[in-house]
Design a protein around this ligand. Structure first.
Ligand code: CP
Length: 268
């Protein structure tokens, strides 16, 4: 048995882990926000309690960055990180890499000479951190694009290039990954500042949305990705999300295969 411990909302990750486990013949128990953490029990005590019942692996999504790592230091069973705060989303990075490599014909997982843009709220994005790591390990050049407050220059420490000008980047990439602006992670008394210097959703779109017109600048064969959930009409137009370049549904499908592999490896 494995247990999915999801303390943040999820559609894709939670269900695909559950489907992956079922396909492997492994029963998956879902322990979410209705657990005794609501009565003050710590994540560690909850995890140790579940382990004591004989569960073979824990699949954890939680708001604090480092949550899965923290739990892993206190239990004896494998812990799979299903997304921790703004830090990492490793299985998403794997499924993005798999989908992208297959789509552009790099089945050998060699992305030398390939350029990928990650566009939007990179600073809040665990998906972006895992994608930068995944694409980078495979040899791609990753350029992160967005307004200064969402894509600060300090991100270059992760091994990517930073740009604030999407139009100057788009024609020269083999793939673009669009990100939602995660206003729920920006905190503060007012989230109006989330659009930052852009000032409004309209101004943000003018600078950084993948509109039909912008997508037309992309070179032949270049692909569009989005980890979801999407805000159609904000960071991406529906025509682009559902268009011929889009890998968005394939990303979701790859998620099941990738998570089967990760569970199988974790369980030995
Ligand atoms: N991509 C992703 O993590 O989506 P969910 O939040 O729906 O799991």
């Amino acid at each position: 048995m494995v247990a999915t411990m999801f303390f943040e909302d999820s559609t894709r990750t939670r269900l695909s882990f559950e489907i992956a486990a079922r396909r492997l013949g492994v029963p998956a128990l879902d322990i979410g926000p209705s657990s005794s953490t609501s009565k003050g029990e710590s994540l560690i005590d909850t995890a140790k309690t579940i382990e004591a019942m004989g569960v073979a692996a824990l699949i954890v999504r939680a708001r604090p960055s480092g949550a899965a790592h923290l739990i892993a230091r206190h239990v004896g069973v494998p812990v799979i990180n299903a997304g921790d705060g703004k830090h990492e989303h490793p299985t998403q990075g794997l499924l993005d890499s798999l989908t992208f490599c297959e789509a552009i014909g790099r089945d050998g997982f060699d992305l030398q000479g390939v350029r990928v843009a990650i566009v939007g709220d990179v600073v809040s994005s665990r998906v972006a951190r895992s994608a930068i790591a995944g694409f980078g390990i495979l040899g791609a050049e990753v350029v992160c694009v967005g307004p200064v407050h969402l894509v600060p220059r300090s991100l270059e420490g992760l091994g990517c290039v930073v740009s604030h000008d999407l139009d100057s980047v788009l024609a020269d990439v083999d793939g673009v990954m669009m990100l939602r602006v995660q206003r729920e992670r920006h905190g503060g008394p007012s989230k109006a500042g989330s659009w930052g210097a852009a000032g409004s959703v309209g101004a943000y779109r003018a600078g950084y949305a993948l509109t039909v017109e912008r997508a037309a600048q992309m070179k032949d064969g270049a692909v569009v990705m989005h980890p979801g959930p999407m805000n159609r009409g904000v960071e991406i137009d529906s025509e682009v999300a559902d268009g011929a370049r889009s890998l968005i549904t394939r990303q979701v499908s790859s998620g099941v295969a990738v998570r089967m592999a990760v569970i199988e490896r974790a369980l030995g």
